[in-house]
Ligand binder design. Structure first.
Ligand SMILES: NC(=O)c1ccc[n+]([C@@H]2O[C@H](COP(=O)([O-])OP(=O)(O)OC[C@H]3O[C@@H](n4cnc5c(N)ncnc54)[C@H](OP(=O)(O)O)[C@@H]3O)[C@@H](O)[C@H]2O)c1
Length: 252
């Protein structure tokens, strides 16, 4: 197994890619703290994985809150004795609005979950990694939207900010053995669209020429397998990379 005894925090574990990542990681022997806001989803996931090789601890938390980002990592250290990998997967969509029509309320919400949350979790993880003294590994789920306008302006700006933070972190801590990479999915069948609410039809219409170029829609498992590579020692020399997993969409 690729992740035997690795202690890993995965955010956004209650659905979509995060759920697939937790399922694969626990089957590969990892000890996982699975984070999301919906407790009942996490409990069901833990029950479904009870017979697998690794372990899972559900952790109810909101990644837009500093105290929850810190507590989820503390929980990993207290339960498993260490932190090896942080997977920043939790994320929310905006409402597809272009810049002429975005709301301040949506900005605060999307930036809080998609940018502040990963940065607050990375800050805590880096402090734990440095104290442990044997490197570390951070994986963040970004988006094709960081480079191509296939969602609203807030979401795309948030994911571009994350890509910058990933490269910044990779460079700054490389000599201490802390790796930091991102996955940039294209279209993946998850619950993110239904969680979005009512779309801004002006913005939604403007991006359709690009959205229609997507050659394929992936599954959560397609992203989990990339996360497994990045979490494993097989990717030990991969650092500061934004790895596309989009079925060819970014070749547009
Ligand atoms: N689906 C796509 O086409 C696509 C494409 C590119 C990138 N992505 C990115 O992929 C990642 C995973 O999204 P998904 O598509 O798998 O969506 P999803 O099915 O809606 O899952 C999102 C997860 O994030 C959690 N979450 C949302 N807000 C949270 C918060 N404040 N605190 C803690 N957890 C929170 C949700 O759990 P709770 O609601 O229970 O908290 C859920 O587990 C996101 O970063 C997204 O931006 C998705």
């Amino acid at each position: 197994m690729e992740l035997s005894n690795k202690a890993i925090v995965v955010t956004g574990a209650s659905s979509g890619m995060g759920k697939s990542i937790v399922e694969l990681f626990v089957k590969e022997g990892a000890c996982v703290v699975a984070v999301a806001r919906r407790a009942e989803r996490l409990t069901a996931l833990a029950e479904a994985l009870a017979g697998e090789a690794g372990k899972i601890i559900p952790f109810v938390g909101d990644v837009s809150k500093k105290e929850d980002c810190e507590a989820m990592i503390d929980r990993c250290v207290s339960a498993f004795g260490k932190l090896d990998v942080l997977v920043n997967n939790a994320g929310v969509m905006d409402n597809m609005a272009a810049v002429g029509n975005f709301s301040d309320e949506k900005y605060d919400y999307v930036m809080g979950v998609n940018v502040y949350g990963p940065l607050a979790a990375m800050r805590k993880a880096v402090s734990v990694f440095r104290a442990q003294g044997n490197g570390g590994n951070i994986i963040t789920v970004s988006s094709l939207g960081a480079q191509h306008p296939v969602a609203g302006v807030i979401y795309c700006a948030a994911k571009a900010a994350i890509n910058a933070a990933v490269r910044h972190t990779a460079f700054n801590y490389a000599k201490e053995g802390i790796r930091c990479n991102a996955i940039a999915p294209g279209a993946v069948a998850t619950e993110i669209g239904s969680a979005m609410g009512t779309p801004d039809m002006d913005g939604y219409g403007r991006i359709q020429p690009l959205v229609k170029l997507s050659p394929a829609t992936g599954k959560g498992e397609d992203i989990a397998s990339v996360a497994l590579f990045l979490a494993s020692d097989a990717s030990g020399f991969v650092n500061g990379q934004i790895i596309g997993a989009d079925g060819g969409w970014s070749a547009m």
